[in-house]
Design a protein around this ligand. Structure first.
Ligand code: KG4
Ligand code: ZN
Length: 396
């Protein structure tokens, strides 16, 4: 029975998890995330040096907490750093569990911020050396890809390949064809900004907080709600993208939507939002209504771009399943739109999405990816064989 301790520190979450094997499937027994969001709120984004230092402070308590949580066999939960209060006895129990129970260490080795990656990487290497355990280096994107494959979330999933994966986070936006375990073909990716990055930048332009994704999504939902109240007859805005133009003061572009590729471009959309903000601010300060309307128009653009590009890839590559992963996949509206659009092409398809708490960065997804590598006896290394690479590419 496989037992993995997984570590993830590629950006601004220090995370550790324990994964075990139950009836041949991976099970998440603990999943601890220490978020640096409060720290980065002050600067409106991640400052790499600050992130790296925060990882250094959090890494040992987070690993210990993940192990204690596994010992107690608690259901997966996300803990804040404030809650981590380890006693000496618990610490000793954790060390003993590490020595006796864990048989693999998994760690993210890229892509990501180099100073952040190095903290998890060195912690994993140290544990691997000290405990004489094999180490499984994992690409962060592969981790996100496996986040949609927990049986509990998507019981229908039994890995029928090929699977079309839409990966959308703060650093990445790509359409990937997963042909088999650990075999990937990149169909397209963003040629400029990532979608999550665009959400964060639009939130900044509107004078809102960090991270922008959930805030923009909330404002857009408020506007959508009001629009549907205005026209109760037959109107269901959750199932149509064609918001009546007269009810919305602005419509943003959908860059390279019809260019025939599976690439994405978000920078023109961001610039269009900037121009709209400047225009409105000439007359008066932005109101809540302005912010909601702009957030709505922005999210409609994103929804159409993501859903139509994914549906086009479905039509061309005829996948057996489609998944939507990465931090942005927490967005319920985008999930609905993408599912609706792919069903128009193939009504048997449903959208696989990560369980709650697994869309954003976490170590459970790193452990899940490692689980399948271990099962297939690939990527298993000694502590001195792994390398960190901030630009690591996903290769099939
Ligand atoms: O996967 P992730 O945690 O980190 C990276 O690997 O980049 O993704 C973080 C991104 C941020 O840009 C955040 O604004 C975005 O995911 N995000 C969302 C939502 N929740 C998080 N974007 C749109 N809607 C959301 N509900
Ligand atoms: Zn990520």
């Amino acid at each position: 029975m496989i037992k993995i301790l997984a570590i993830e520190t590629s950006c601004d979450e220090t995370a550790a998890a324990v994964i075990t094997e139950v009836n041949g499937n991976p099970q998440i027994v603990s999943n601890v995330i220490s978020s640096q969001i409060d720290l980065h709120k002050k600067t409106g984004g991640v400052v790499p040096e600050v992130a790296s230092r925060a990882h250094m402070e959090a890494i040992v308590p987070v690993v210990i907490e993940a192990i204690i949580s596994a010992i107690n066999n608690q259901t997966p939960r996300n803990n804040n750093q404030e809650n981590i209060n380890t006693t000496i006895k618990q610490y000793n129990n954790a060390i003993s569990f590490l020595q006796k129970e864990i048989d693999y260490i998994a760690v993210t080795t890229g892509p990501g911020l180099i100073g952040s990656l190095l903290v998890g990487f060195n912690a994993a290497k140290t544990l691997s050396y000290a405990l004489n355990l094999p180490i499984v280096p994992i690409n962060h994107i592969e981790g996100h890809i496996y986040s949609a494959f927990t049986k509990a979330t998507n019981p229908e999933n039994n890995f029928k390949f090929p699977i079309l994966v839409l990966t959308v986070s703060g650093g990445h936006t790509s359409l990937i064809l997963m042909k088999d375990h650990n075999q990937y073909q990149i169909l397209g990716e963003t040629i400029d900004d990532a979608v999550g990055e665009a959400y964060d930048k639009v939130a900044k332009l509107l004078g809102l907080g960090y991270p922008g994704g959930p805030i923009i999504a909330k404002l857009a939902a408020q506007f959508r709600e009001r629009l549907s109240e205005k026209r109760p007859a037959k109107s269901d805005l959750r199932s149509t993208l064609d918001a009546r133009r007269s009810d919305v003061g602005v419509v943003f572009p959908r860059p390279i939507l019809n260019d025939g590729t599976f690439n994405f471009s978000l920078s023109g959309l961001k610039t269009a939002v900037l121009r709209e903000v400047i225009e409105r601010e000439k007359n008066a300060e932005l109101t809540l209504g302005d912010r909601e309307e702009i957030a709505f128009a922005f999210e409609e653009s994103v929804a159409e771009i993501l859903s139509k590009k994914t549906a086009a890839a479905v039509a061309k590559f005829l996948p057996k399943a489609v998944s939507f992963v990465g931090g942005v996949s927490a967005n319920g509206y985008l999930r609905d739109k993408i599912e609706l659009e792919i069903k128009k092409t193939d009504d048997k398809l449903s959208l696989l999405t990560p369980a709650e708490g697994l869309s954003g960065d976490n170590a459970a997804m790193i452990g899940l990816a490692a689980f399948y590598h271990i099962k297939r006896n690939t990527s298993i290394c000694r502590f001195n064989e792994i390398k960190v690479n901030s630009n690591l590419k996903l290769v099939g």
